[in-house]
Design a protein around this ligand. Structure first.
Ligand code: ADP
Ligand code: GLC
Length: 486
């Protein structure tokens, strides 16, 4: 039996991306389709989404708009793989260029509750044949932006007195909870008893994330370790109680890599291409990266790269605390990212102090992200917490050894270059346990030590490049979950 599933999210690569969520929503649906599922996606009609889809055509008019003058549903296809995307068009809400959640001052839009309630409501409407030609059996909602979809679905089922569709909610990051004042609950049009501890209420306010966690039939998150971590007081973001209650409905399914986008032998965004057995192109990528960032073009210095959202989560403050370890040993550091203004200026200041060894550039650019993953020797991901993390997986594929904190998906995907792991031919990177400068500095020292033993470095690179983190295994797990439900 073919299963029909609707993925509901706010971003999707290559249409719109602020982080790894877009990589997942861009790659998981086609991977599920490959396995025989009938999968479509629902996205808000942000300008780049409308501009990036082929054959857009109207599907239906929405009768509820949450205050927008009008809202319609359109449908288009993704040029790269033919996946069908529904676009929720409400220009008053979504026709805003730039970041989908924040205004130019980095402040969340004042009408975010309405903007994303409409998204969730529209998903529930699709389960009620808003499109006469197609209705999902599974509504698969991602992160708080889509957190109300399961709630509206539950409300509609109660009203109609029969089941409509099953829901799956995937947590990509428990730190973003979609919290809004309780006064806004009335405008959501949900049954009044949904506002309560058994529902959307969260410490006197409401949380769209909690709604997703409470009302969905099944919960997943993006790595097995993170699935365990979020059930603890320390890392549950105030939701560990609910997550523990639902532990039998919760599973950790590791993200994958879309190798049609991230493979060094075919990557047209790189200055040169390479494979695990022909690494000359990687050296060319390194020289080109050093030139691009104005660093001395030496092939034998150890070059650390960072491509990251600049937020507290990513632990770059710890990297700066351990920076002397890199500089003293003659290493170089390239940082590329955007985010928190205080972190941005802090990083720029460090680059000004050490122009010979540290270069920082602010911005968001896919080509430069590929150039750094390919041209660096080590990609550093010292995150405080990391639900899955994709940059370390991309780094592995590019023979760039990841240096990571042992948390979340980082713990599940990188094997430390300890003596015993090297002897077992298992090492793929550098892993530190305690979130402290000394622990990170020790991992940095391990990287320098391995780099000095060139043949072992190369063997580790090749092992990293030969690992397979393709989507098919994980897509199979999601499909098994859907099958259990329908
Ligand atoms: P998160 O989703 O928490 O940001 P992930 O590691 O899962 O972390 O995914 C990050 C994704 O965003 C990767 O595809 C990475 O290449 C990309 N990315 C992060 N910062 C930038 C940037 N400044 N420019 C381009 N891509 C970026
Ligand atoms: C989130 C997490 C990241 C994860 C990504 C995709 O943004 O921070 O760890 O890889 O979602 O699931």
């Amino acid at each position: 039996m073919t299963i029909r599933a609707l993925h509901v999210a706010s971003e999707l690569y290559p249409l719109l991306k602020t982080g790894g969520l877009a990589d997942v929503t861009g790659a998981l649906p086609p991977a599920l389709i490959e396995l025989g599922a009938d999968v479509r996606v629902l996205l808000p009609g942000f300008p780049s989404v409308l501009a990036g889809l082929a054959d857009l055509k109207p599907v239906a008019r929405l009768e509820r708009t949450f205050g927008a003058p009008e809202a319609t549903l359109e449908q288009g296809t993704l040029a790269a793989n033919g996946v069908i995307v529904y676009v929720l068009r409400a220009d008053a809400f979504y026709e805003r260029p730039g970041n989908p959640y924040l205004d130019a001052q980095h402040v969340p839009y004042g009408d975010n509750a309405q903007r994303f309630a409409l998204l969730g409501w529209c998903a529930a409407q699709l389960a009620q044949h808003l499109d006469p030609a197609w209705a999902p059996q599974i509504v698969h909602a991602h992160d708080w932006h889509a957190g109300l979809a399961p709630a509206y679905l539950r409300a509609a089922e109660r009203e109609r007195g029969r089941p409509l569709a099953k829901s799956v909610f995937t947590v990509h990051n428990l730190a973003y909870q979609g919290v809004f004042p309780a006064q806004q609950f009335g405008m959501l049009g949900l049954p009044s008893d949904f506002f309560g501890i058994d529902g959307i209420e969260f410490y006197g306010q409401m949380s769209f994330l909690k709604a997703g966690l409470y009302f969905s039939d099944r919960l997943t998150t993006v790595s097995p370790t993170y699935a365990r971590e979020i059930q603890t007081l320390a890392q549950g973001g105030g939701l560990h109680g609910l997550l523990r209650q639902r532990m039998h409905d919760l599973s950790g399914i590791l993200n994958g890599v879309d190798y049609t986008v991230w493979r060094p032998s075919t990557d047209t965004l790189l200055p040169a291409r390479y494979t695990d057995t022909r690494l000359a192109g990687k050296r060319a990528c390194k020289t080109s990266l050093q030139a691009r960032f104005g660093l001395p073009q030496k092939s034998d210095v150890l070059l650390f790269g960072v491509v990251s959202r600049l937020t507290e989560q990513k632990g770059l403050d710890l990297l700066l605390a351990a920076l002397p370890e890199i500089i003293r040993r003659g290493g170089q550091l390239v940082v590329f990212g955007t985010g928190d203004p205080a972190l941005e200026t802090g990083l720029q200041r460090v680059a000004q102090t050490h122009p010979e060894s540290v270069a920082v550039e602010l911005g968001f650019d896919e080509t430069l992200a590929h150039a750094i993953i390919a041209g660096s020797d080590v990609v550093a991901v010292p995150s405080r917490f990391e639900p899955c993390g994709l940059t370390q997986l991309y780094a592995l594929a590019y023979g760039t050894l990841p240096l990571v904190h042992r948390v979340g998906g980082l713990a599940d995907t990188v094997v430390d270059a300890s003596l015993e792991n090297l002897a077992d031919e298992a090492a793929t990177g550098f892993v530190f346990d305690r979130f402290e400068p000394e622990a990170l500095a020790a991992a940095i020292r391990r990287a320098f030590a391995l780099y000095a033993r060139r043949s072992e470095w190369k063997a580790t690179q090749q092992r990293a490049m030969r690992e397979d983190f393709g989507w098919s295994t994980s897509a199979g797990r999601y499909l098994a979950l859907y099958r259990e439900l329908v």
